[in-house]
Design a binder for this molecule. Sequence first.
Ligand code: NAD
Ligand code: ZN
Ligand code: ZN
Length: 361
Amino acid sequence: MVHRVKGAVVRSKGAPVTLETILVPDPGPGEALVDILTCGVCHTDLHYKQGAINDDFPFLLGHEATGVVSAVGPDVTQVAPGDRVVLNWRAVCGECRACAKGQPQYCFNTHNAVQKMTLEDGTELSAALGIGAFAEKTLVAAGQCTKVDPDADPAAVGLLGCGVMAGIGAAINTGNVKRGDSVAVIGCGGVGVAAVAGAALAGATTVIAVDIDPKKLERAKDLGATHTVDSSAVDPVEAIRELTGGFGADVVIDAVGRPETYKQAFYARDLAGTVVLVGVPSPEMTLELPLLDVFGRGGSLKSSWYGDCLPSRDFPMLIDLYRQGKLDLDAFVTERITIDQIEEAFDKMHSGAVLRSVVEL
Ligand SMILES: NC(=O)c1ccc[n+]([C@@H]2O[C@H](COP(=O)([O-])OP(=O)(O)OC[C@H]3O[C@@H](n4cnc5c(N)ncnc54)[C@H](O)[C@@H]3O)[C@@H](O)[C@H]2O)c1
Ligand SMILES: [Zn+2]
Ligand SMILES: [Zn+2]
């Protein structure tokens, strides 16, 4: 059976988001059909709309979602109809060379649904990050469904499906932040503020939030920043060094993803420190650094794919911390909106007014 539901689609580069009837097939082998409850608006959705990810239009947007499994393919055992799930965009394969090395968080062959969702005229949709959850129903690989506690607020825990997990994981998994570390986070949108919260959770004693928008810095303080730097007013490299005894931070996380913020991160870390790039650059961006500085400053320059998370390990653990009052996921949900307000949510993202707008379906 094919399900006809409403979904938020971008037909061509830069075109506005339109609500369209989409056709969602019943799950085949390895797939799950999910009724979406909530889906956050992430900057990556805007990147898709702008053609900054790839040109595979039309896109079905949305990927930070909580839902309820409504049907599964014949061979699926890990989830069942009725399960409350948070969707993830890295369902590990268990077979590639990363998985074989015992490093499934780097899986090089993550799974998505095999069947395509389409527009009414049969045009195949590209689901954002293999999810496409600005829709009443979506079709994913069963491994993209992580079963979670049904009592937790879907809007809050769904954010673990992308930005919040990417940020927390950039600190605790990729950056390996430890008790007593100093950490600076450049860019304090949903991802960066989550990195601030992750650093605080891991026991960092100095957590420096950097943004060009003072409103973002206020929120970062609420989530664990010990210091803030308005980099529209002062040089963030100098400011971070001053706040860390003149040396730089042990770990600096770039949650913007631009050459200038990466350079700031590179020079604002201590010798032998770590830079984590979690913001996603666009294809035309290039970086030039003196190679002698790359050598002479030592340490490690890392990228963080989805916070190097393992959804099956990390989502339930973070939801436990949320329910124990140790991780304030509610603070990330600035507003709850309807599916026809996604364009407005993109505008608000630019104006700095919200951390996350969450669509309730
Ligand atoms: N690596 C991953 O797995 C992953 C996952 C989700 C999102 N992302 C990426 O993370 C980035 C941030 O996403 P978001 O949802 O938090 O976006 P956002 O728009 O909510 O936040 C971006 C923040 O950066 C600030 N900013 C912009 N330019 C700056 C500059 N030059 N210096 C300092 N701050 C600056 C903005 O004021 C804003 O607060 C995006 O590039 C997004 O695509 C990566
Ligand atoms: Zn794999
Ligand atoms: Zn995202």
